[in-house]
Design a protein around this ligand. Structure first.
Ligand SMILES: CC(=O)N[C@H]1[C@@H](OP(=O)(O)OP(=O)(O)OC[C@H]2O[C@@H](n3ccc(=O)[nH]c3=O)[C@H](O)[C@@H]2O)O[C@H](CO)[C@@H](O)[C@@H]1O
Ligand SMILES: C=C(OP(=O)(O)O)C(=O)O
Length: 421
C-alpha cells in the first residue's frame, strides 16, 4: 500500500489538463454490453476503476483492446458469462452498471452487490424496482442479484430519490426494451447526458437526458459506435479548490466550465477571481486567504457531494465560519476526523459540519478513507506547515489520473512511497 508524503508549500501555480470523467467512462464501458458490435471509447482516464472495469468485461468474455493511450475498444459479441463476481465488484460501485445491459441484451445477469466508497449504505433498491417494473424477475441470494427477463418491456418508472447510477442502469436497459420507457425524477448529472450521447451514437432512441424526465423508445439492436468521454468535472474542481486553498492561481484546460457552475459560485464567494473560456477555467486568489463558504450538497445542478470534502479542506483554512450540510450520503464526513489531526476546527452535528477556519494547519500522519476524502486531505496537506504522510492513497488512484504529475506541474512537493508495514 502506497503513501503520499506532501511538503506544505506556497501557492500552487500553473496549468494542467483535465482527464476524462471516471463517472462517465465507467457506465459508457458497461454500455458496450448492449451490442454485438464494438464500442470505441476515447478520452478514457487511466484509473484503477477503469482497470477493474476492463477486468470485469474481460472475465465475461468481451475482448478489450487499447489501440492507443486513453482509448478502448470493447467487443461484447464473444461474451461467455453474465456473472459479475464479488472479487471485482466489491471494490467499485459502478460495477452495478453491468446489470441493466446484461438483462436487456442477454436476458440474465448475476451481479454481486456492489462496493465503492464507504460513504453510506448505498442500497440499489431503485435499480431493482425499475428492472422489475420492466418485467425482470429479480432474486437476491448469497450477496448476488440474479435478474432474468425474456425481453424487457417499456414502463413508467418514478424514482423517489434522485439516483445517478440508477438512472444510468435503467436508461441503458430501456434502449433494448419493447416499447417506451419513461424515467421520472431522473438524475440530470452531465455523466448521465454523456452516456445518453454515447447510446444515441449506438442507435438508441433517447430524449430528455439532462432533464428530470427521460424517454427511451426501445429498439431491436444497437450498433458499433465511437464516443469521446467528457472531461472530469470533479477532478477539475478538486485542482481549482487546491489552487484556492493554497492562495494560488490554477488553470485547468480541456474542461467544461458549464458543468461546474455551483462549484465556481462557491469559489467566487471564497474570494477567487474566476476566468473561463469554452474549455478552460482559471482560479486566482491573488495570494489572499480564502473566506469561508456555506455549502448544501444537492443532485445536479446543485453543489455536488463529490466536491464536499475538498471544500471542507478549503473552509479549514479560510477566514470565518463555514457550514456544510451533506444531504446525499449519511456517512460522508470521514475526512473531518483526519483534518482534525492537522489542527482543523470542525464540529459535526448529524449531517452538518461547522468549520472555523484556521490561519495555518500543521502536518501530521493521516489516512485516506475514500476517494474524495483523499483529495480533501491532499489539499489540506498542501497548505499545511511541514511534511504530511497520507496513508491508503489507493482510494485516490481509483479516481485521479497522474495525481503526482499534475500536482508537481502546479509546483507541489509530493512523493509516493511504498509502505513497508
Ligand atoms: C459511479 C458513480 O457515478 N458514482 C457517483 C454516483 O453514485 P451513486 O449512483 O451510487 O449514487 P446515487 O445517486 O445512486 O445515490 C444518491 C442517494 O440515493 C440513494 N439510493 C440510491 C440508489 C438506490 O437504489 N437507492 C437509494 O436509496 C443513495 O443511498 C444516496 O443516498 O452518484 C453519487 C451522487 O452524485 C456520486 O457521489 C458518485 O460519485
Ligand atoms: C463516490 C465516488 O465513487 P463511487 O460511486 O465509485 O464510490 C466518487 O466518484 O466520488
Amino acid at each position: 500500500m502506497d503513501k503520499f508524503i506532501i511538503a506544505g508549500n506556497g501557492p500552487l501555480e500553473g496549468v494542467i489538463d483535465a482527464s476524462g470523467a471516471k463517472n462517465a467512462a465507467l457506465p459508457i464501458l458497461c454500455a458496450s454490453l448492449l451490442s454485438d458490435e464494438p464500442l470505441h471509447v476515447t478520452n478514457v482516464p487511466k484509473l484503477w476503476d477503469i482497470n477493474t472495469t476492463r477486468k470485469l468485461l474481460s472475465q465475461m468474455g468481451c475482448t478489450v483492446d487499447e489501440p492507443a493511450a486513453h482509448e478502448m475498444i470493447v467487443d461484447a459479441r464473444p461474451i461467455t458469462t453474465c456473472v459479475a463476481p464479488y472479487e471485482l465488484v466489491r471494490t467499485m460501485r459502478a460495477s452495478i452498471l453491468v446489470l441493466g445491459p446484461l438483462v436487456a441484451r442477454r436476458g440474465e445477469a448475476h451481479v454481486s452487490l456492489p462496493g465503492g466508497c464507504a460513504i453510506g449504505a448505498r442500497p440499489v433498491d431503485l435499480h431493482l424496482m425499475g428492472l422489475e417494473a420492466m418485467g425482470a424477475e429479480i432474486t437476491l441470494d448469497g450477496g448476488f442479484i440474479h435478474a432474468k427477463a425474456r425481453r424487457l418491456k417499456g414502463a413508467r418508472i418514478v424514482f423517489d430519490t434522485v439516483t445517478v447510477t440508477g438512472t444510468e442502469n435503467l436508461m441503458m436497459a430501456a434502449t433494448l426494451a419493447d416499447g417506451e420507457t419513461v424515467l421520472e425524477n431522473a438524475a440530470r448529472e452531465p455523466e448521465v447526458v454523456d452516456l445518453a450521447r454515447c447510446l444515441r451514437a449506438m442507435g438508441a432512441k433517447i430524449e430528455g437526458d439532462g432533464t428530470t424526465t427521460i424517454r427511451v423508445q426501445g429498439v431491436g439492436a444497437l450498433h458499433a459506435a465511437k464516443h469521446s468521454v467528457l472531461p472530469d468535472r470533479i477532478e477539475t474542481g478538486s485542482y481549482l479548490v487546491a489552487g484556492a486553498a493554497t492562495r494560488g492561481r490554477v488553470r485547468v484546460n480541456r474542461t467544461d466550465p458549464a458543468m461546474l457552475d455551483a462549484v465556481l459560485v462557491k469559489l467566487q464567494q471564497a474570494g477567487a477571481k474566476i476566468s473561463t473560456g469554452p474549455d478552460f477555467i482559471e482560479v486566482d486568489m491573488h495570494g489572499k486567504r480564502p473566506s469561508s463558504v456555506n455549502i448544501h450538497t444537492m443532485p445536479h445542478p446543485g453543489f455536488p457531494t463529490d466536491m464536499q470534502a475538498q471544500m471542507m479542506a478549503l473552509n479549514c483554512l479560510a477566514e470565518g465560519v463555514g457550514v456544510i450540510k451533506e444531504t446525499i450520503f449519511e456517512n460522508r464526513f470521514m475526512h473531518a476526523q483526519e483534518l482534525l489531526r492537522l489542527g482543523a476546527d470542525i464540529r459535526i452535528e448529524g449531517n452538518t459540519a461547522v468549520i472555523t477556519g484556521r490561519e495555518r494547519l500543521q502536518a501530521a500522519p493521516i489516512m485516506a478513507t475514500d476517494l474524495r476524502a483523499s483529495a480533501s486531505l491532499v489539499i489540506a496537506a498542501l497548505a499545511a506547515d511541514g511534511e504530511t504522510f497520507i496513508d491508503r492513497i489507493y482510494h485516490m488512484d481509483r479516481g485521479y489520473e497522474d495525481i503526482e504529475g499534475k500536482l508537481a506541474a502546479l509546483g507541489a512537493r509530493i512523493k509516493r512511497v511504498a509502505r513497508l508495514i
